[in-house]
Ligand binder design. Structure first.
Ligand code: PLP
Length: 374
């Protein structure tokens, strides 16, 4: 029987805990606790202890968080910062708005920043690398850190998509001088609007972002530096704190879904799948997204249309373009591997609203399309 499986189902995600979440919103609304109240601090402390980091700072969104972290690290005009072009434009725009020059490089087969391409792009102006821990997977951090040491580069992680992912038992977002997380509603831990956090164990970065996220104010009435308004709303912090307390269950479920996809599709030669859970003992993936590739670009429309006809929603990340391909950004680079990948990859549904039946239905639809038996 035909099912309807949207790419993302917000009502289901809210419905899982609607009583608890509604109570949180009502209670705080009645108290008038909206800006920089205790819930922000509580969430920051719980996020730090979840990640094993010294500090977390709630901010308006991950893009601001990256910008605040970049500036706090002393990066700006005259500097170049390297990032993978297979990322959301936010990684690059945060670099751009700091005054530094964003330098896009290739991603590799794992869709994460390609270490060799970083090395080839280093100049005497290169000040930092911002890897994106994409789709809930973590880069090979030993290699990346080695490279950063070799060339004296600052490491800041775009961890927007990787809360809870690990490399050698250390959490994404805790490898560099700072990182930024996103709590956009469709993220693994999502709030009811925009939200983000800067995570760091560096006292200087913490002190600076603490000031700059709130107009440079040390306390009300005392401005000590130039800052901006990028605070995490108190309501959002309370919602996030509740969701964080349940998050380990969600991680487990996402990994189960990834296993069902992997078991059901591994022999389908027409598709390239992401790494399966436990495939690499050094890595622990949380599957923010399940990004698959067709072997040949011209075949992507066919499978996506067939899935759509079967009621299954898929999407192209970033609308199907790498950052350097957006002409309006005037980044004139040629990155053939990433460009080719962008024409071949798409996202299958991956979130905790999916039942095993749903995932098996998606698997069966794909197998039928490519004429594989069940
Ligand atoms: C890889 C990546 N970086 C940065 C961001 C920006 O996050 P936010 O929307 O919270 O600013 C996102 C959000 O989609 C993202 O996926």
């Amino acid at each position: 029987m035909k099912k309807t499986i949207p790419f993302f189902d917000y009502s289901h995600i809210h419905g899982q805990y609607s009583n608890e979440l509604t109570k949180i919103i009502l209670d705080l609304s009645m108290k008038g606790s909206f800006i920089m109240q205790g819930e922000v601090k509580k969430f920051e402390e719980n996020l730090s202890s979840f990640l094993g980091a010294k500090y977390s700072l709630g901010v308006g969104n991950c893009t601001d968080g990256l910008l605040l972290a970049i500036k706090a690290a002393g990066i700006g005009y005259g500097d170049e910062v390297i990032f993978s072009s297979h990322t959301f434009v936010a990684t690059a725009s945060a670099i751009y708005h700091s005054g530094a020059k964003p330098i896009p490089v290739e991603c590799g087969h794992d869709h994460l920043i390609d270490i060799k391409s970083i090395e080839a792009a280093i100049t005497n102006k290169t000040k930092a690398v911002i890897p994106t821990q994409l789709n809930g997977h973590v880069c090979d951090m030993d290699e990346l850190i080695k490279l950063c040491h070799k060339y004296n580069l600052i490491l800041i992680e775009d961890s927007a998509q990787s809360l809870g992912a690990k490399y050698k038992d250390k959490f994404a977002g805790t490898f560099g001088i700072a990182s930024a997380f996103s709590f956009y509603p469709a993220k693994v831990v999502g709030c009811y609007g925009d939200g983000g956090a800067v995570v760091t164990s560096d006292d200087q970065i913490y002190n600076q972002v603490f000031l700059t996220r709130d107009h440079g104010r040390a306390k009300i009435g005392e401005v000590v530096t130039w800052g901006m308004n990028s605070r995490l709303d108190n309501l959002q912090a309370a919602i996030l704190d509740f969701k964080l307390s349940k998050y380990n269950l969600d991680i487990q479920r996402r990994r189960e879904i990834a296993s069902i996809y992997d078991d059901g599709l591994r022999d389908v030669k027409e598709l390239v799948l992401p790494a399966a859970p436990n495939a690499n003992p050094d890595k622990f993936e949380i599957y923010q997204n399940y990004e698959v590739e067709v072997q040949v670009a011209s075949e992507r429309d066919g499978i996506r249309t067939d899935l759509k006809n079967n009621g299954i929603g898929t999407i192209l990340q970033w609308g199907g373009k790498a950052v350097h391909e957006f002409e309006g950004l005037d980044l004139k680079y040629s990155l053939p591997y990433t460009e080719n990948l962008m024409r071949r990859c798409f996202l299958l549904p991956m979130n905790t609203s999916l039942s095993n039946d749903d995932v098996n239905y998606i698997v069966e639809s794909i197998r039928k399309y490519y004429n594989y038996g069940n």
